[in-house]
Design a protein around this ligand. Structure first.
Ligand code: SF4
Length: 186
């Protein structure tokens, strides 16, 4: 079987592959080169080498549930098939009790992450979201909560009359672990 560096076709990445193969940490300049590299197969070979060295054939994954607390949304983006206006057929808003029941069932099934997003519903105050997060954490303290896109956070702040920073601080205190966002999770 070929050694890792001999499988790399991109000359600029071969030096990095040598370091990775020998177990030498890559430099900041190497990291910038990796970020800018277009040779996706070479990047895959290098990362796969590290993964096998650390974990062999084992693979790990999170068991996640999606929770969409309301589809009532003020914004009504033209591309969105999920949202409804208040009072429209199919419009819904989950109570905190509904959410608690769903999370309890998911936790019993082994779920360890909950992903929460919803419409921009003017009825909902920040206290609803804080209580939602607290109840999720109470059900399973280790449950990781990824919740509320940037547009939701800004909307909550505006409705509450407080800054985005204060909104995030209160949500983090209540249990928020991360924000989702189109493949750019924070
Ligand atoms: S903000 Fe989200 S839920 Fe509301 S209409 Fe746009 S995509 Fe749909």
């Amino acid at each position: 079987m070929k050694k890792l560096p001999d499988t790399i076709t991109d000359k600029a990445l071969r030096g990095i592959a040598v370091k990775v193969y020998e177990g030498t940490p890559v430099s900041a300049a190497d990291a910038r080169l990796l970020l800018a590299a277009n040779s996706i197969l070479d990047l895959g070979r290098i990362s796969s080498h590290v993964r096998y060295r650390l974990h062999g054939d084992a693979a790990y994954y999170g068991v996640n549930m999606n929770l969409n607390f309301t589809n009532i949304c003020e914004l009504r983006c033209p591309l969105c098939a999920f949202s409804r206006c208040a009072g429209e057929a199919g419009a819904y808003l989950l109570t905190l009790g509904d959410i608690e029941r769903r999370v309890k069932k998911a936790a019993a099934d082994g779920v360890d992450e909950v992903h929460i997003v919803g419409g921009l519903n003017p009825e909902l105050r920040l206290s609803y979201f804080e209580e939602m997060l607290r109840r999720v954490k109470k059900i399973k303290p280790g449950m990781f909560i990824t919740a509320f896109t940037a547009v939701e956070i800004e909307y909550f702040a505006k409705n509450e009359g407080i800054s985005v920073e204060e909104t995030l601080r209160r949500l983090i205190t209540a249990g928020l672990g991360a924000m989702p966002g189109g493949g750019a999770e924070i």
